[in-house]
Design a protein around this ligand. Structure first.
Ligand code: NAD
Ligand code: UFG
Length: 337
């Protein structure tokens, strides 16, 4: 299939491009580069052995820009990564988050249907479960109260896409609820490249390890978890990327509506991650315990068996691979791209 990949220059998008080409698909990337660097796309092209990947520096809110892309390419489906994703920033700038994420998706979907392209895979998030009603989280678990506008954009866009599919069953819509993506391509050529101070645990750890930051702050050690620190379902980004290829196969089988948790099903604490990083990579990661971060929950990990049963997908990489590949990328690219 020929796939429109929105946000394809970003962290998850760039890794997914590799898995798409490996599976025999081709891609056209649209990205406004608001949170990414075009060097990522050059490196993806090197890894897959093509001269370049068709790329449009276009904002998904730009209807004419999208129309031009659809006029120039026959596109079978869209994998829709483009969006703003910084939780804290979304609290400061809610309008910008709703306008970019929701406005952008509404425009994208409208242009898609205008061109008869009614297949979409959407990047959703475990955040839609709020403080989850059950652990491990299954897709049956009710959606919850999000603690920030970013989370609400995901929750609302899920509803928008479900309603569109219900009204027009020609649509195939796959919502992938990602848990905590970490790691990098094993080549060390592409990886996570946050702007400024990282919000997320793994890029913070790698920046401490490489000497860019003094120490990791561990946000709370008094949660009801085995060691008191927050527990999450970390998933290697290459596994996550592969889930999109499986979702495309489901679209090929005319799946209609599908919702899947994409995680490993294993929960690791902040200190588990730090210890694994130190053990596998032989580097120090100084840390100190800080107060809890507002909005954080104690424990979040999924039951990924629906994705295995219906998509034939399951995670293959473990915690040691995640910490090894995260470090490999950071060490080779101390300043990012
Ligand atoms: P990322 O910021 O690296 O990638 C997103 C890309 O979208 C960036 O390249 C950015 O420039 C682009 N973009 C943003 N707004 C755009 C617009 N209006 N038009 C065109 N391009 C635009 O983020 P990522 O980690 O690769 O995440 C990809 C998707 O997965 C996002 O939708 C994110 O919300 C979702 N997600 C991420 C995580 C995570 O922890 N990384 C977890 C759950 C869900
Ligand atoms: N943490 C620290 N120190 C840090 C950063 C994080 O102790 O410097 C802790 C957090 O308190 C939490 C764990 O590490 O216990 C993971 O935190 P992240 O910020 O890496 O990830 P979150 O689970 O908070 O959030 C991630 C994504 C969100 C998404 C959410 C649910 O960043 O976009 O998963 O899918 F909404």
């Amino acid at each position: 299939m020929n796939i429109l990949v929105t946000g394809g220059a970003g962290f998850i998008g760039s890794h997914t491009l590799i898995e798409l080409y490996k599976a025999g698909h081709t891609a056209v990337v649209v990205d406004n580069l608001s949170n990414s660097n075009p060097v990522a796309l050059q490196r993806v092209a090197e890894i897959i052995g093509v001269t370049e990947i068709p790329f449009y520096r276009v904002d998904i809110r730009d209807r004419e820009g999208l129309e031009r892309i659809f006029a120039e390419h026959k596109l079978d489906a869209c994998i829709h990564f483009a969006g703003l994703k910084a939780v804290g920033e979304s609290v400061e700038k809610p309008w910008e988050y709703y306008e970019n994420n929701i406005g952008g998706t509404l425009t994208l979907v409208d242009v898609m249907r205008g061109h008869g392209c009614k297949n979409i895979i959407f990047s959703s998030s475990a955040t839609v479960y709020g403080d989850p009603a059950e652990i491990p989280i299954t897709e049956q678990c009710p959606k919850g109260q999000c603690t920030n506008p970013y989370g609400w954009t995901k929750s609302m866009l899920e509803q928008v896409l479900m309603d569109i599919q219900k009204a027009d069953p020609q649509w195939n819509v796959v919502l992938l609820r990602y848990f905590n993506p970490v790691g990098a391509h094993p080549s060390g050529r592409i990886g996570e490249n946050p702007n400024g101070i990282p919000n997320n645990l793994m890029p913070y750890i790698t920046q401490v390890a490489v000497g860019k930051r003094q120490e990791l702050g561990v946000f709370g050690n008094d949660y009801p978890t085995p060691d008191g620190t927050g527990v999450r379902d970390y998933i290697h980004v290459v596994d996550l990327a592969a889930a999109h290829v499986c979702a495309l196969q489901a679209i090929g089988r005319k799946c209609g509506m599908g919702i899947y948790n994409i995680g490993t099903g294993k929960g690791y604490s902040v200190l588990d991650m730090v210890k694994a990083f130190v053990k596998v990579n032989g580097v120090e990661v100084p840390y100190s315990i800080k107060p809890r971060r507002a909005g954080d929950i104690a424990t979040c990990y999924c039951n990924p068996s629906k994705a295995k049963a219906e998509l034939g997908w399951e995670a293959r990489y473990g915690i040691d691979d995640m910490v090894r590949d995260s470090w490999h990328w950071q060490r080779q690219n101390p300043e990012g791209y």
